[in-house]
Write a protein that binds this ligand. Structure first.
Ligand SMILES: Nc1ncnc2c1ncn2[C@@H]1O[C@H](COP(=O)(O)OP(=O)(O)OP(=O)(O)O)[C@@H](O)[C@H]1O
Length: 218
């Protein structure tokens, strides 16, 4: 059965400044949805509204047509900042989140010698890789990934993309400035500009994103 996450009727102001006003996003299980937009347009704010962490003047967040009272456990979220407690041993991180360490090492054998360290002893990129992997694998109907590819080595980004694609029971909503990587795996997408979302009919052609000035035509 396909599940649907829909967001609309959002009005968000900070002081006199209107950040979000004309929003519609639909995310379905089995699909990867890109949520693009320039710095400061309000992408993280919208993700936080979906999660119930930020209260706008109005909002409607629905799963299968019904307004949700709480995001957890249906919706998981990868923030831009590190979320795993740094004092844990790296092995403990995998066991606490109930994620198969051997499978992770199968995908990323280059990290094998790093697993014996505490999480805080890993580099920012190594921590980010593990946090992204945990969120991709953790059970949820919908997973919101805020900038999952930043800080991660390009060769590892190439490995992460098919891992996301393989999680076909989930719906992913992904924002990332490395738009080529997200578009590469996305089924549909939206562009946030001037407080409004625009549905992008054909992400792969890049023409609509160029026409709206999100990416350069060169
Ligand atoms: N608590 C707040 N008070 C006032 N302004 C805020 C607050 N939080 C965010 N903003 C402003 O709202 C705008 C949208 O912020 P947001 O972080 O959602 O942008 P973004 O699209 O996620 O940016 P980026 O791509 O750089 O992460 C920004 O101009 C930001 O400065």
């Amino acid at each position: 059965m396909t599940h649907t996450l829909e967001v609309d009727s959002i009005i968000l102001n900070f002081g006199l400044r209107r950040i979000l006003s004309d929003i519609y996003i639909k995310c379905e299980t089995g699909k990867i949805t890109t949520f693009a937009g320039r710095n400061g347009t309000g992408k993280s704010c919208l993700l936080n509204i979906i999660l119930g962490k930020l209260a706008p003047l109005s909002k409607s967040v629905r799963i299968d047509g019904r307004p949700i009272k709480a995001a957890y456990p249906a919706i998981n979220y990868l923030p831009q900042t590190h979320f795993v407690p740094a004092g844990l041993s790296t092995r403990r991180v995998f066991s606490d989140y109930q994620i198969d360490l051997d499978e992770f090492l199968h995908h990323f054998p280059e990290t094998k010698n790093r697993i014996k360290h505490r999480f805080r002893q890993l580099s920012g990129g190594e921590r980010r890789l593990i946090e992204v992997y945990i969120l991709i694998k953790a059970p949820a109907k919908f997973t919101l990934l805020d900038e999952p590819f930043s800080q991660i080595m390009p060769v590892q980004v190439e490995k992460i993309k098919p891992i996301i694609q393989a999680e076909r029971t989930k719906g992913f909503l992904i924002t990332d400035h490395l738009y080529k990587d997200v578009i590469d795996i996305s089924d549909n997408g939206y562009l946030l500009q001037a407080g409004k979302t625009w549905r992008v009919r054909d992400m792969a052609s890049l023409e609509e994103l160029q026409a709206r000035g999100y990416i350069s035509t060169i």
